[in-house]
Design a protein around this ligand. Structure first.
Ligand SMILES: Nc1nc2c(ncn2[C@@H]2O[C@H](COP(=O)(O)OP(=O)(O)O)[C@@H](O)[C@H]2O)c(=O)[nH]1
Ligand SMILES: [Mg+2]
Length: 230
């Protein structure tokens, strides 16, 4: 405990939440791009949501196998992450419908890698979300706009996802996560949801949890919610 009080608040928060081995995946992206939706679709475990400081939102999933940390902030991913996080695969979610905002996303991603050089060797999975919306950018367009090809030393893959409320299974997401698992030296199904879990039950739990989080946000309180798999 001693010394941890001098850490920046976001590091203190991760110290308590990330677990002994550190997260396997860091999910990054601007607000509203679909990070929470992704965590819901993965169904790996309870989602804890909190705000380490104003304007920043963090979600942590501590599944049976893997811990996942999702980080949302207003355009600034220039935080230096704890060492344990630097072994994680990086999932960058961007909103394919937001053509104007894509350069902001590119700058955020660049800032993240600039501040975390040790993450540079880690695999990068880019999720081009909201592919179900008319006029969404294709993966090729997103790859170009984020200048992923210029990141020569980094392994990356870009997949398009459509995670609407009614869509529970996403082959594209599974494909992306299998790729990430392989790159991290894990089994293909490492990040795959448990087959026995009932999707309709999940839908019910998630929609009630989302409502509850929203209500808490509106009252201006810190949000901490646990979702329990049925
Ligand atoms: N149509 C569509 N909407 C999506 C998709 N992914 C996320 N959304 C919606 O985008 C909004 C923001 O998603 P959320 O996961 O909360 O974003 P976050 O702020 O990055 O966590 C929500 O209304 C989601 O339902 C998608 O693939 N398709
Ligand atoms: Mg969110």
């Amino acid at each position: 405990m001693g010394g941890s009080s001098s850490l920046p608040s976001h590091l203190r928060a991760f110290k308590t939440l990330q677990g002994r081995r550190g997260p396997k995946i860091l999910v990054l992206g601007l607000p509203g791009v679909g990070k929470t939706k992704l965590l819901e679709a993965m169904k790996l475990g309870d989602i804890e949501s909190f705000s380490p400081f104003e304007g920043f939102m963090c979600e942590v999933v501590k599944g049976d196998r893997a811990t996942i940390v999702s980080w949302s902030c207003q355009g600034d991913l220039r935080l230096t992450w704890p060492k344990k996080c630097r072994k994680a695969g990086v999932v960058f979610v961007c909103d394919s419908t937001d053509r104007k905002g894509i350069s902001k996303a590119r700058i955020s991603l660049q800032k993240f890698f600039d501040a975390n050089h040790t993450c540079s060797g880690q695999p990068l999975l880019v999720l081009a979300s909201k592919q179900d919306v008319d006029g969404a950018m294709t993966c090729a367009e997103v790859t170009k706009a984020l200048q992923l090809d210029l990141m020569r030393t980094r392994r990356f893959k870009c997949v398009g996802t459509e995670l609407q409320d009614s869509v529970i299974d996403s082959p594209e997401l599974e494909d992306g996560l299998s790729w990430l698992s392989r790159q991290l030296g894990l089994s293909e199904d490492y990040f795959r949801k448990k087959k026995s879990q009932s999707s309709s039950a999940f839908r019910r739990v998630f929609s009630s949890q989302r409502r509850s989080i929203q209500e808490k946000k509106e009252t201006g309180r810190m949000t901490t919610r646990a979702r329990s798999a049925p």
